[in-house]
Design a protein around this ligand. Structure first.
Ligand code: HPA
Ligand code: ZN
Length: 362
């Protein structure tokens, strides 16, 4: 169910990635290196990883349960594993190395443009200076474009399970790095990350409005199968006026949600493998065609590849192609959707459209 071999068609497709958490790309080899460099013990709770093999083995767990929805309580959740990985990130150089590793990998996968999610709260609450995070990513944004030809505009996320005021304060700290007059140009949008359980988007309505007033775009996670998932999507569309939804696959259950999305031109950034971890193939993949049939705009992305069996954007596209039974022309349409849905400058978009126009699907 995990990694399919990547077909030449998918491998060569020019790609735009709109749903990836930068810390979810921290590979074990870099995590090991940073732990040595910063003298940070590698561990999860009281379990220490003393050798590289032990660290690698720790990734064999499938973090696919939700304790709050009746799932297991005795093994780490996906988010616990993700935040444990963050512990080795301390200095500006660490954030730079993380982002550059990812942007290099983007080049290898033919990702031309990416809008990575980041937050500062996961780091500042550990005592890391916000500038280390922001300047590390800013340098990587510039060097990734220069050295690897991969352009990026980043998305600042509020940690939705932390108090709203803390998120607002983090946003104020990060604002000088925003893409606005006089800003450094790192991020051009804001979103919501971390655990959505009983943390609906409406809680952040004022925070989203402030970001919009600053000229930034807004998006929110509405994860598949979450508690209150339809209500979260409804709020996002009709009350917050969100521009994109991250996941949002549950719209298929409610006509009014589909109509709301389509009337407002709101697209979904889907991550098929993230759902495949806990959903049967025959239940999940027909939904892609249903979305196409209902005229819902969506694109294919990866979420947190390192904590999701090393399935990256190409592996997610391969799953849509293979299990979803989509044709080459339909896969090309999804690639075009990602350009339509992205917030890149027009000249960046035109270059990628031109590349896509040259692809043969016969
Ligand atoms: N979902 C929600 N929040 C997150 C995720 C995710 O997959 N990864 C990092 N923060
Ligand atoms: Zn996500």
């Amino acid at each position: 169910m995990d990694n399919l071999p990547i077909s030449p068609f998918i491998a060569s497709l020019p790609k735009v990635e709109l749903h990836i958490h930068i810390e979810g790309t921290l590979q074990p080899s870099l995590r090991w290196k940073l732990a040595q460099r910063n003298s940070v013990p590698l561990k999860f709770k009281d379990q220490f990883y003393n050798t590289y093999e032990e660290l690698l083995n720790s990734y064999n767990v499938t973090y696919n349960h939700r304790p709050e929805l009746g799932g297991r309580k005795d093994v780490p959740t996906f988010l616990e594993a993700y935040f444990a990985g963050c512990e080795v990130l301390l200095q500006e150089q660490d954030f730079y190395d993380l982002a550059m590793d990812y942007l290099k990998r983007c080049k290898e996968m033919n990702v031309r443009y990416v809008e990575p999610f980041f937050d500062i709260q996961a780091h500042t609450r550990r005592g890391v200076a916000a500038e280390h995070v922001l300047n590390g990513y800013l340098r990587a944004q510039r060097d990734g474009a220069e050295q690897h030809g991969v352009r990026s505009n980043w998305i600042f996320c509020f940690l939705r399970d932390e108090p709203v005021e803390d998120g607002e304060a983090a946003y104020q700290t990060a604002l000088p790095w925003a893409a606005r007059s006089g800003g450094h140009g790192l991020f051009h949008a804001v979103g919501l990350a971390s655990n959505a359980y009983e943390r609906p988007p409406i809680l952040f309505k004022a925070a989203f409005e402030r970001a919009k007033a600053h000229g930034l775009h807004i998006t929110t996670h509405c994860d598949f199968g979450q508690k209150d998932t339809h209500e979260h999507i409804r709020q996002a569309i009709f009350e917050v006026g969100i521009e994109r939804i991250d996941h949002g696959l549950d719209v298929l259950d409610r006509d009014e949600l589909i109509q709301g999305l389509n009337a407002r031109g709101v697209g979904l950034t889907l991550c098929p493998h993230a759902y495949h971890r806990r959903t049967a193939t025959e239940v999940l993949f027909p939904k892609l065609r249903q979305l196409l049939d209902r005229g819902v705009k969506f694109c294919i992305n990866s979420d947190d590849p390192v904590y999701m069996h090393d399935v990256w954007i190409d592996g997610n596209q391969e799953k849509a192609y293979h299990y979803g039974g989509l044709s080459k022309a339909e896969m090309l349409q999804l690639a075009r959707n990602s350009v339509d849905m992205c917030w890149a400058d027009e000249h960046v978009k035109s270059e990628i459209y031109a590349e896509l126009d040259a692809i043969r699907t016969d």
